[in-house]
Design a protein around this ligand. Structure first.
Ligand code: CP
Length: 305
């Protein structure tokens, strides 16, 4: 199965055929994982360049590559790379693309992924570019919704928290635009509302959405997607402190209801730990879904699926 693109920087470039194929191959990768892995990518090297902190994205990409028999080379932290010495992203890509067969990069600047992809001699994947996009998170979120709800169409999803800087909700919103009869409730403080680039997309696509500051108004959804207020994007730290726990989802909000609770993680208190034992709590399953999803993407971009 092939994809309509060589580099993945944004969910806006994905077609429904792409997502159908990626979800299908991700399901097949579950079988590979059950068997303990394969040697599908035995002759391949992934370069993982993480210039911003990451646990899930970096380690699940690395795990995915290892489970498929491939190898990983890593650069972590801007200060330990030649970007710190003033090297351009373009030069870094031109060099790393001559060492590795595929590259994933996380970088604090929005737009850095497009710059990297524009010159990368090998397939390039955006692992998060500042407040811009995080397409592989959105794909694993999509895969999680399909697994947890048994469908993606006809879903009411409530997104809560830092919708301004939260790249995962931007990417997921664009991706869900490929599906039918979706409804969104967007819960955020007025300082952190969903950017116009997403709300205008909803309007263009005729997607129903409601914006509110009241969490209670979003509790009748099929999926509640909580997000962390992104301290690293605030210049005024007192503003972050004021807003960081404006919304805290507790067990009493979802217990006994048919609501799936998701979060890209890490959380900093916006989901109370009393939610964790409930069947509603899908966020650790969601994080685990990053492995088969990224196995599928690596295999497909390397022409091995
Ligand atoms: N969800 C996510 O991107 O987590 P990390 O920042 O740990 O990679």
């Amino acid at each position: 199965m092939s994809l309509s693109f060589q580099h993945l920087t944004s969910t806006k470039q994905l077609s429904r055929e792409d997502t159908d194929a990626i979800l299908k191959i991700s399901g097949e990768m579950e079988d590979v994982l059950e068997k303990g892995g394969s040697d599908l990518l035995a002759d391949k090297v992934l370069a993982a360049l993480f210039y911003e902190p990451s646990t899930r994205t970096r380690l699940s990409f690395e795990t995915a590559m290892h489970r498929l028999g491939g190898k990983v080379v890593t650069a972590v932290g801007m200060q330990f790379s030649s970007l710190y010495k003033g090297e351009t992203i373009e030069d870094t890509m031109n060099v790393v693309g001559r060492y590795a067969d595929i590259i994933v990069m996380r970088h604090p600047e929005q737009g850095s992924a497009d710059t990297a992809a524009s010159v990368s001699p090998v397939p390039f994947i955006n692992g998060g570019d500042g407040p811009g996009q995080h397409p592989t998170q959105a794909l694993l979120d999509l895969y999680t919704i399909q697994k947890e709800r048994k469908k993606i169409d006809d879903i009411h999803i409530t997104m809560v928290g830092d919708l301004k800087f939260g790249r995962t909700v931007h990417s997921l919103s664009f991706l869900l635009g490929l599906y039918n009869n979706l409804r969104f409730t967007l819960v955020s403080p007025k300082e952190l509302t969903m950017p116009e680039k997403v709300t205008s997309f909803f309007k263009e696509k005729g997607i129903e959405f409601t914006e509110t500051q009241d969490l209670e108004q979003g509790l009748d959804a099929d999926v509640i997607y909580m997000t962390r207020v992104q301290e690293e994007r605030f210049e005024d730290k007192s503003e972050f402190e004021r807003l960081k726990l404006k919304y805290v989802l507790e067990a009493k909000h979802v217990k006994g209801k048919d609501i799936t609770v998701m979060h890209p993680l890490p959380r900093i208190g916006e989901i109370s730990e009393d939610v964790d034992p409930l069947p509603n709590a899908a966020y650790f399953r969601q994080a685990r879904n990053g492995v088969p999803l990224r196995m599928a993407l690596l295999a497909m971009l390397l022409g091995k699926a």
